[in-house]
Design a protein around this ligand. Structure first.
Ligand code: GLU
Length: 441
């Protein structure tokens, strides 16, 4: 059965880059009728925070990315040490004692000699007595996985055929000196034991994948299908890494972005499929095909989310926004009409309030000097409210008759006098909503 997972580290809130990973894994699982696991990668006790675990769940729930179960790596430490023992028994795991400074020095030397900066496996040469001496002096060492120095190949779901020479990769550290299990081992144990069949993640994980394939094989697990999506850049192709913090899902939500707008964009961005607003998750699942995604960096422009949000709001049935409309204080008998007038003139739901304030309180009229007399005359002809859908037509006909003005010269000054703006909804629809017309006085 198809099983995927989204595996965030709870060291911060999730952003658009993480969302891409989450969404792809979610869509693959749902399309296949499989299982989608939310896996919390919290093996780092110092940086992992419950607040972020809760935040990640809230963000996924807001988007409707429901998971079938949650797994926490911090509750599975036992499994990881069993796997470590297994690797040790097989002779694929060795303890190394170099300090970060020593490793750095080795790397610099190698680079100076034009060699790739790969760990030289000096620790493999240590005798038992030398290791004991090291341990006494420096404390426990790190544990490295001994790679088989051969090519590692896989057919990547996005990048195509990948081949990495293991000799060009350092033996990965899987356990730190203080005993903390690192992501690479934990992830492999989980993917294997949880029956994960497809792993989609960012292309920054390609080298990890190479080493993980060997670890999975050493542990006798089934290697999943891997796909690595390109990383997001800003609209000009600039790196987003520093800005991702400001592109958290909660910031976007607070800025009024609607879930379907965000999902519609992120589920297709970087693929050959057009980006269009989708009605619901079912439509997104239906049209999703990972093979349509390209390897090139994907440009992301936050601004693209707003037209999609506006379009989504326009498509909503009144019932789904009624509570929000009434919460603004719009009288029940006007609420449906208010929504049908305002919805085509908002970008986010927050804009609704501005329209209702305008209708409820009126606004200072905007009157150009040359229209002053004309507007005064027109206001004399405006009947007492309340108004209906006919009022604008009969009123402007009377104003035309009295002043001889027509077309834009007639309508625009009146719109500006009533609403203070030169754009907006159809005035015949607006007038019945206006509770106060300040231009009258
Ligand atoms: N916790 C890892 C990360 O956030 C997961 C990577 C993976 O999907 O394997 O980068």
């Amino acid at each position: 059965m198809t099983t995927t997972r989204f595996a965030p580290s709870p060291t911060g809130y999730i952003h658009v880059g993480n969302l891409r990973t989450a969404l792809m894994n979610y869509l693959i699982a749902r399309k296949a009728g499989g299982t989608f696991i939310l896996r919390i990668d919290d093996t780092d006790p110092e940086r992992s925070k419950q607040e972020y675990v809760d935040g990640i769940k809230q963000d996924l729930e807001w988007l409707g990315l429901t998971w079938d179960r949650v797994e926490r790596q911090s509750e599975r430490l036992e499994r990881y040490s069993e796997a470590a023992d297994k690797l040790r028994d097989m002779g694929r795991f060795y303890e190394a004692f170099e300090t970060p400074v020593e490793l750095d020095l080795k790397r610099k030397k190698q680079l100076n000699m034009g060699k790739p900066p790969v760990y030289d496996r000096a620790a493999l040469e240590l005798s038992g007595a030398e290791k004991d001496a090291m341990r006494a002096e420096r404390g426990a060492g790190v544990w490295r996985f001994k790679l088989d120095q051969e090519r590692i190949n896989w057919a990547d779901g996005i990048l195509g055929d990948i081949s990495i020479d293991a000799a060009s990769v350092s033996d990965p550290v899987l356990i730190r000196g203080d005993g903390q299990v690192l992501y690479t081992l934990a992830s492999v144990v989980d993917d294997t034991e949880m029956g994960v069949t497809h792993v989609v993640r960012g292309s920054d994980h390609v080298t990890n994948t190479a080493t993980q394939i060997q670890i999975i094989q050493a542990l006798g697990g089934q290697v999943p299908d891997f796909a690595h999506h390109s990383l997001l850049t800003g609209p000009q192709g600039e790196s987003l890494s520093k800005r991702l913090g400001t592109l958290s899902l909660r910031d976007l939500r607070d800025g009024g972005v609607e879930p379907m707008a965000l999902l519609s964009l992120m589920a297709r961005l970087g693929s050959s499929e057009p980006i269009e607003l989708r009605a619901d998750m079912a439509e997104l699942i239906e049209g999703f095909d990972i093979s349509q995604f390209g390897a090139a960096p994907t440009k992301f422009d936050e601004q693209d989310l707003y037209p999609l949000t506006a379009r989504h709001l326009q498509s909503l049935p009144y019932k789904s926004v009624e509570a929000q409309v009434l919460a603004l204080g719009v009288p029940e008998e006007l609420a449906l009409h208010f929504w049908s007038v305002a919805r085509d003139n908002i970008t986010t739901m927050a804009d609704l309030e501005g329209w209702w304030t305008l209708f409820r309180d009126g606004t200072d009229p905007v009157i150009d000097e040359e229209d002053r007399e004309f507007v005064a005359q027109a206001m004399q002809l405006l009947p007492e409210g309340p108004y209906d859908g006919e009022t604008w037509g009969t009123w402007t006909a009377a104003v035309k008759e009295a002043t001889g003005r027509k077309g834009r010269g007639l309508f625009m000054p009146l719109r500006k006098a009533l609403t203070g703006q030169s754009h907006g909804p159809d005035m015949s629809q607006v007038l019945p909503l206006m509770q106060v017309i300040r231009a009258r006085s």
